[in-house]
Structures are given as structure tokens and as C-alpha cells.
Write a protein that binds this ligand. Sequence first.
Ligand SMILES: Cc1ncc(COP(=O)(O)O)c(C=O)c1O
Length: 397
Amino acid sequence: MGADLWGMKPETLLAQLDHFTDPQTAGVVPTIQPSTTYVRGPDNALLYPDLCYGRDQNPGYRVVEGVLSQLEAQAIAPGVGRDLDPETVWAQLLASGQAAGMLLVQALKPGDQVIAGLHMYWALRNQIERFCQTWGLGLHLVDMRDLAAVEAALQHGTDGCERLLLCEVPTNPMLYMADIPALSRLCRAAGGRLAVDATAATPILLRPLTLGADLVFHSTTKALNGHADLLGGVLLGREDGSAYSERLRSLRAGLGAVPSAFDAWLLARGLRTAALRVRSSSASALALAEAMERHAAVSVVLYPHKDQVASRDMRGGHGMLMSLRLAGGAKAALVATSRFKLFLRATSLGGTESLVEYRSAIEGPTSPVPDDLLRFSVGLEHIDDLLADLSQALEGL
Ligand SMILES: Cc1ncc(COP(=O)(O)O)c(C=O)c1O
């Protein structure tokens, strides 16, 4: 264990879970420790000083947290952001991606300001709206591509209040990018903090901390685990010694928002293949996006492959999420949805199986998502089969 594989490619780090061997058995797979409590010696001292109670202490968390800290600390390519010392990047597993995102606002104090993306995962946006109202936080929803609007929103609040800029890159389901280095500069100038939800990109393709973000989080329910069989989240941050960071770290145990030992173990298992899965799904999503650019039934392809910020900041692909707006409007989108034979009609993303979703029905009337939009999570099936299914679903529309 340790930073032995520092500087190596993500496939290498993940395939061996940072060169993991179990210290007690030399097994190559971490054991699951389901115990919720840990024994003290006759002197009443804990036998293992950092293992006392299972609310946030489990040896299985540390394996995954260590691997993800290393991954997020390493610039995605030379010249794209800068390497950080992995020892200065903390990570904590959480019970869900939603718990990771909510922790960021729950650690604020009344009067603090949240500047959140107008386009972001809708359930998190809704929950943040409610929490800000009841907890007396200022909330400003802004299109993160509009840097002047972000700069103006960062001026809200009184001297000394926390300003949290929360943006998703790329956004679900519009696939809009945000300029992380530029947002980070605006944040610093205003004394704020930048937190990025990079769930749809994963650290395989994008490393927000190395680009200047202070915090990054993922729903590990999605591609990091990749098998649609656990709910989880992870929050990582740059060590800055602030009271806010301290609250973030103590709140996980305070709220008890932790994954089970088994889910942490499943995540370790899923992570081993994450780089291969994410690259494969991204290549298929790109192929579908390119094919759909020429399709008569499609009015807009939403995928970041031609975005300048994505070309600058991402490497190895642009993710497994892709959306289409249909020329025939909501009616065509619903007809197409009913026709899929291979894509499964289901929510979520990042699994081995490809999914399609008529998104505006899920998000409701206040959603900024157009009613002609279909969202696809592209899995690991052969691209020819995916393309054939998509083509037959859109035929004649
Ligand atoms: C971009 C994004 N962030 C956060 C979440 C919340 O994650 P979870 O479902 O693990 O709570 C989701 C869930 O769909 C998501 O798509």
C-alpha cells in the first residue's frame, strides 16, 4: 500500500487497488470487515487507535479513499492543471452521491452563500433549494458557462461569509461543460470555494482538483462502481486547514452518512475495471453522438466532444452520458422511448448496461430540461448493436 504507483496510469493504479496486499493474509483482495465496534486493551487504549466505532471507521473505506485520493491528485496529462501531493488530498466515502453533495451545504452556516449551477442533477438542486431556505443560506442559481454571471453572484453575502460555488461538469443531462480554472480564479478573488460534481466525467477523464477546484465529489453509484448494484458517494478535498473543511469531515460521522462495509468492498471491486469501462463507454457514446449528427430525426446532439473546454481539460473521452433532442418534439421523444429493444428504459448512468430516459417526465415542470430530450447512458454492449437499436427507435420520426 502507499503511493507506490504514483505517476502510473489510472488502469495500473485501479487494477491493483494501489498495489494492495492484505497485511494479514497476503491476499490480493481487501477483506470485508463488518464489525461496528473495535476492542480496547486492559489499559483501556484502543488496540488500533483509529478503529473505535463503525460509524465512520472501517478499514475497507481506507483502501478506496486512498486510491481515489491518488487518482484525483494527479494531473490528467502533462500541462493540464498541475499534480498535487496525494497526501494533501483527503477523501471520504459517503452513503450516496446525494449525501456527498448535501454535505457541502450542510457544513455551511446561516448567512453563507451557495452559487449553484442552474444545470445540474435535478434531485440535488431541489434538495439544496429546500435546505438553503430552511437553513437561511443565500442561493443563486447560475449558468456556469456565464462567467460574468458567476462573478456577480459571488459578490452576494456579508464580509467573511462562506461562498460555495457548486458546479457539475459535464452537466446531467445537458452535457454542458464549465471552465474549472476560470471558475476557480473567480472563487479565489471573491474568497469562495469551488466544488465540482464530476460524476458524469469520473476521475478517469477529468481531475477538477488539479485544475484548481477545492473540492470534488462523485456519485459512486454510477461509473466508478459501474455495476448498478450499490449506492455510494465520495467527497475529496484539498487540505486547507479551514474550519469549513473540518466541519465537512466531522459531519460525515455526525450525520452517519456512511456506506456499509459491503458496499465499500463492492466499490473497491468495481474500481478495478473503472478505467477500461469508462473509456469503452465513452468511445461508444462518441460514436453514437457522431452518427446522430447526421440523423433527420435529431435536432441537437448534446455531447461535449466539440467543446473547447472539454478538449483542453479532459483526456481519454468525454463520458458515457449523451443526450438527443428530437426534431419531432415531445411526441417523437415518447414514441422513440417506447421502441427501444436493447437500451433499457431506466434512470441512472454509468453501469455496464445502456439506459435511455425521457428526462423531462422525471424532473417535472420546473426543470430546465427540454421536453424533446432523451438521455442515454452508454454501457458496454457492442457499438453496432447500440447503433442498430437507436436507429430503429428513431426510424421515420
Ligand atoms: C451528476 C449526479 N450527481 C449526483 C447524483 C446523486 O447520486 P446518488 O444517486 O448516488 O445519490 C446523481 C444521481 O443520479 C448524479 O447523476
